[in-house]
Design a protein around this ligand. Structure first.
Ligand SMILES: Nc1ncnc2c1ncn2[C@@H]1O[C@H](COP(=O)(O)OP(=O)(O)OP(=O)(O)O)[C@@H](O)[C@H]1O
Length: 264
């Protein structure tokens, strides 16, 4: 089954297109790496798929429905979490909140079955031992894994992740990338992951989209990660080199933190 279908998709802010004329299909259980420079429209596309941004023309469907009718199936991990870190929530409470928001309200006392599931999901992301620690005191990589666990609480069929590796040091990046690989292996979930640097994620990507307001390329990694395609967006110094049987993509691109919010 098709998880996401876009046809002639143009996404607008104040009547002006930020993403223009995009066509693609992502099948159920595939992982899409969405690559592009600052301002390319990656977050905009993710928000349209999540039904957070509704001003678009063309066709956009999530599991055969308009995104706003498929919200129950979607988990979203934004670039910057909106948690107030001065509120002393434990890691376990943050995860458990993912199981109650969906019902449209937050309980003061979380039901035991929700807490039990939160413990199981926290274990899944390799953080069973930090459940009672304050979220605010965790490392950036641990926080990101807690936020992934929170998104998994609703058993989404489609998980949308906006720059899950940005602002992390290389070892935390590797930790989070390995949790994403585990989600892909064990959870039968479709994922769309935006990133400026696909190298740590290359092994989870079934499809790669290169976006620069328009769709530059979409397809299997080996078809998209070609020198002429990468150079057309990132300039003549960009290139793709095979390293030990894997493709390594040098774009010179860095993520500018326009969205504020450190602490990830
Ligand atoms: N709320 C908004 N109102 C108006 N324009 C916006 C809004 N959000 C984004 N844009 C514009 O839409 C374009 C695409 O932005 P978007 O954040 O989707 O790009 P991006 O590829 O995710 O960039 P980055 O990698 O820097 O996060 C940019 O020109 C941006 O300025």
């Amino acid at each position: 089954m098709e998880a996401i279908t876009a046809e002639s998709l143009t996404i607008l802010y104040d009547g002006k297109p930020a993403v223009e004329g995009v066509d693609f299909t992502l099948e159920d259980s595939e992982t899409l790496l969405l690559l592009g420079p600052n301002g390319a429209g990656k977050t905009t596309l993710l928000k349209a798929i999540a039904c957070f941004h509704r001003d678009y023309t063309g066709r956009l469907e999530v599991f055969g429905k308009p995104p706003c009718e498929a919200k129950e199936l979607i988990g979203y991990v934004p670039q910057s979490h909106s948690l107030n870190e001065r509120v002393p929530l434990t890691a376990l409470e943050v995860v458990a909140m993912g199981g109650v928001y969906r019902r449209g309200f937050v309980h003061f006392k979380l039901p035991p079955e929700t807490m039990e599931k939160a413990r199981e999901v926290l274990g899944f992301v390799g953080l069973a031992e930090v459940g009672d620690r304050l979220f605010s005191e965790l490392s950036g990589g641990q926080k990101q894994r807690v936020l992934l666990a929170r998104a998994l609480m609703s058993d989404p069929k489609l998980l949308l992740l906006d720059e899950p590796l940005s602002a992390l040091d290389p070892s935390a990046r590797a930790e989070v990338a390995s949790v994403l690989a585990k989600i892909k292996r064990e959870r039968l979930v479709t994922m769309v992951i935006t990133t400026h640097d696909i190298n740590p994620l290359i092994e989870v990507g079934d499809r790669i989209m290169l976006l620069n307001r328009r769709l530059i390329a979409f397809g299997r990694p080996e078809d998209v990660l070609q020198d002429p395609i990468i150079k057309s967006v990132y300039g003549p110094l960009a290139r793709v080199i095979p390293v030990e049987g894997k493709l390594f993509c040098i774009t010179g691109d860095v993520h500018l933190h326009r969205h504020g919010g450190g602490g990830r």
